[in-house]
Design a protein around this ligand. Structure first.
Ligand SMILES: Cc1cc2nc3c(=O)[nH]c(=O)nc-3n(C[C@H](O)[C@H](O)[C@H](O)COP(=O)(O)OP(=O)(O)OC[C@H]3O[C@@H](n4cnc5c(N)ncnc54)[C@H](O)[C@@H]3O)c2cc1C
Length: 393
């Protein structure tokens, strides 16, 4: 059901993405999941549809839309293929949105055209082998040279589009404090920059994930985004829009699992009755439908308040954290329930629900684990009391 505040323009985008997903993603995803491939053609078509810079202002070549539209795109695509959607999110929200929000005019002119057309694929490097949840524990460091350029050393891990990307929006320390974080655009082909291994994964298998290695990478000053040492705020703000839009992936997965399981419950007969007549099956279906709708309302409410600029700072972070925390858990549970309703078939690859359940689990880990999101919410609710345990340990 459509939410009352979704505009006609946003509805049209959702409809066109639904058609695109059916035509371009559906025929390929089963095979790509099997071989851990990547839908390059589909990705390029997202560029032709004008969706790769969905939140970038029109004057910079983007679609000039907001978080509601971006979340709708995620939901529609992920109902069919969550992997390509995750790669799309890393490109359009983690890299392109950040360039659109924080880069200078000349940086936008240099980097955006090829990222918006899909000729180049973007990613974002924050996590490192030793620092995931504790993002500020990052060890990557850039030293400024007398000519203004930087020398970057370190590594990044679990980077979506790492193995196949061309431009990475990377964070590194540039000063003595934990908070001295700067941003650099690291480009494929820069001497000293290599991509490490591509990870084999449980789910999201058609979204390449890998490592980035920096060994004395010379980064020109023009590739630094914003003021040196002042990236912390924009890094955190991007996590908020990431959490809202990634919750859209959970919604899409859950929606399709509910549709498949409902249809199956009408058709499959046991004991001469459709299994949908059994109250235990009804319980799973109805709880799934109610939880999905609740998460949908929460997520789009978060997206709308983001677009209206009504939520900033800690309020925005808490709302985004709540939307993702609930949607991610909901989608995994709904995926598991769909498998259960489909019985033996649910456990096989005859139906998409086993893949979708594997994909759903990632959203409980990436962009802030369930546990970290609870920490964010607890801090906002309890203030200093929430950190008492840390002080005594
Ligand atoms: C497929 C995939 C794609 C990804 N894409 C990207 C990307 O594009 N860019 C990027 O920068 N990163 C990316 N990540 C990294 C992701 O954000 C991290 O994996 C995530 O933040 C968790 O970090 P970690 O894996 O180091 O786990 P850890 O931080 O080591 O956590 C391990 C466990 O300890 C728990 N824990 C940690 N701290 C606390 C605490 N204070 N209280 C309670 N429990 C705690 C965690 O919740 C978790 O259960 C991706 C990860 C995956 C799997």
């Amino acid at each position: 059901m459509s939410l009352w505040f979704i505009s006609n323009e946003e509805k049209l985008i959702a409809e066109s993405v639904r058609a695109f997903a059916k035509e371009e993603l559906l025929p390929k995803i089963e095979h790509l999941d099997e071989v851990e491939g990547f839908n390059e053609e589909g990705f390029k078509k997202l560029g032709e549809l004008g969706l790769l810079g969905i939140t970038v202002p029109e004057e910079d070549g983007g679609a000039g839309m907001g978080a509601v539209a971006a979340t709708l795109v995620m939901e529609e695509m992920a109902a069919v293929d969550a992997s390509t959607t995750l790669s799309y999110l890393a490109h359009s929200i983690l890299c392109v949105n950040q360039i659109g929000s924080n880069a200078s005019k000349s940086q936008k002119q240099k980097f955006l055209p090829k990222l918006l057309s899909g000729e180049k694929i973007g990613g974002m490097g924050m996590s490192e082998p030793g620092s995931g949840s504790d993002a500020l524990g990052m060890l990557s460091r850039a030293e400024r040279k007398t000519d203004g350029s930087y020398v970057l050393n370190g590594s990044k891990s679990w980077i979506t589009n790492g193995p196949n990307g061309h431009v990475f929006y990377c964070y590194a320390k540039t000063g003595p404090s934990k908070k001295d974080v700067s941003t650099f655009l690291v480009e494929k082909g820069m001497p000293g920059f290599t991509t490490g291994k591509k990870f084999k994964k449980m789910g999201m298998r058609a979204s390449p994930t890998g490592e980035l290695w920096f060994s004395d990478v010379k980064i020109p000053e023009e590739n630094r985004i914003g003021v040196e040492g002042a990236s912390l705020k924009s890094m955190m703000r991007n996590l908020d829009i990431e959490r809202i839009t990634i919750a859209g992936i959970s919604l899409g997965i859950a929606r399709n699992c509910i549709e498949v399981a409902t249809q199956y419950a009408k058709e499959r007969k046991q004991f001469n009755l459709p299994i949908g007549a059994f109250q235990q099956i009804q319980e799973r279906l109805t709880e799934a439908a109610a939880w999905y709708e609740a998460c949908r309302a929460l997520t789009y409410q978060a997206a709308k308040t983001w677009d209206m600029g009504l939520m900033t700072g800690k309020d925005a972070s808490m709302m985004a954290a709540k939307a993702k925390l609930q949607s991610a858990q909901m989608a995994t549970q709904v995926g598991l329930d769909a498998i259960q309703i489909l019985g033996g078939y649910g456990y096989t690859r005859e139906f998409p629900v086993e893949r979708q359940m594997r994909d759903a689990k990632l959203i409980e880990i990436g962009a802030g684990t369930n546990e970290i999101l609870r920490v964010i919410i607890a801090r906002q609710m309890l203030g200093d009391v929430a950190d008492e345990l840390m002080k005594h340990s």
